[in-house]
Design a protein around this ligand. Structure first.
Ligand SMILES: *Cc1c(COP(=O)(O)O)cnc(C)c1O
Length: 358
């Protein structure tokens, strides 16, 4: 702490991102990056932007990208907001839509950025416990709320709600903004975007970081009623008018134009997930049913922290959370086939050879 800090800064409890270490031959399965990589057409589009035009500011409205997203998702451009990663889009949503007299509701085990934003923006919240199997129970949200935010699939469990369950949530709260964070939806869950037309209170947030393998480009977006999008734009234009640079706008458009690459990428991750799942179950792990590009798994005889540390010693990095209800679990990103094999063989050695672990 410094005497130069504002009281706001002093009270913050920042999100801790998964580490990005520089270790040779590291098997990095801790931040849900996509093993296949971006479409070659995206790289070409980005290279095409490396010109003298970088002198000039980008389009502050990202008009072409918003039009491309609108046509891809069959909505109007006024129903699309884009930002520097969906984390930024979410931050604007917290400021623009989620602060009310009544508390914001979200699951007790969820994306750990949500309480961080609440502190930053002074938003009262209530964490709604997952059930014993770590599922979101829609009926538990039947309580007074200023707003709701729910990731679907949930993080870090990977468990998804159906679109019908999201519709039930919306029916329970017709007068509260409801944000569905669909960072992982492309890996097997149902998007809520079709519900936008009939629900003026629904904002769906997606990202190009995971299913489009563009975490390094920082492109996220929201789809909702034009009135909600206007609120986000008001906050954005009070914060940073040019959140997406020229390379990001062009790369994101190119990604939407390479549907074959996208479909292949999703299919490869889903296949890998099923193989990872099978391998973990064979090693005695309990694995939650995942609709994401990671699995959440625990071993009945070994502590999560000890397993994560043993893997780390073998240059395999997974994510472990120390929160009470989930400290037994590891969140393991679905990597390439070789990475999955490496993880499984290291785990097999750890479990078989080192009885001291856990
Ligand atoms: C990864 C993730 C995001 C943020 O992704 P960006 O890279 O900022 O687009 C948002 N929500 C959840 C639940 C995530 O896991």
């Amino acid at each position: 702490m410094s005497r130069f800090w504002s009281s706001l800064t002093y009270d913050l409890r920042p999100y801790v991102p998964g580490e990005q270490p520089r270790i040779a031959d590291l098997v990095k399965l801790n931040t849900n990056e996509n093993p296949l990589g971006p479409s070659p057409r995206v790289l070409e589009a980005i290279r095409g932007e490396a010109t003298d035009a970088l002198r000039l500011y980008p389009d502050p409205q990202a008009t072409a990208l918003r039009a491309a997203l609108a046509s891809y998702h069959q909505v109007q451009p006024e129903q699309v907001f884009v930002g520097n990663g969906s984390d930024e889009v979410l931050a604007h949503a917290f400021a623009a839509l989620l602060k009310h007299d009544m508390p914001l509701l979200f699951p007790d085990i969820t994306y750990s950025f949500y309480p961080v934003y609440c502190r930053l923006f002074g938003i009262a919240f209530e964490a709604v416990p997952l059930d014993a199997a770590l599922n979101i129970r829609v009926a538990d949200y039947l309580r007074p709320a200023g707003a709701l935010i729910i990731p679907n699939p949930n993080a870090p469990t990977g468990v998804a709600l159906s679109r019908a369950e999201i519709a039930t949530l919306l029916a329970q709260h017709p007068d509260a903004p409801v944000v569905i964070d669909e960072a992982y939806v492309d890996f097997g869950a149902e998007t809520a975007i079709p519900l936008v037309a009939s629900h003026p209170n629904l904002l769906v947030v997606q990202t190009m970081s995971k299913s489009r393998a563009l975490a390094g480009l920082r492109v996220g977006y929201a789809i909702g009623d034009a009135d909600l999008i206007e609120a986000l734009t008001r906050v954005k234009d009070s914060f940073n008018s040019y959140p997406l640079g020229r390379p990001a706008q062009a790369g994101a458009i190119a990604s939407l134009q390479d549907e074959a690459w996208f479909q292949q990428s999703r299919a490869r991750v889903i296949q890998g997930r099923e193989r990872l799942n099978g391998g973990l179950v064979a090693l005695g792990f309990d694995v939650l049913p995942s609709s994401a590009n990671f699995v959440f798994a625990r071993h009945p005889e070994h502590e999560g922290a000890a397993l994560a540390a043993a893997l780390r010693q073998r240059a395999v990095i997974v994510r472990h959370f120390s929160a009470a209800r989930i400290s037994g679990y590891l969140r393991i990103t679905v990597g390439s086939d070789e990475q999955i094999d490496r993880l499984l063989s290291e785990l097999s050695e750890i479990l078989g050879n080192d009885r001291r672990v856990g």
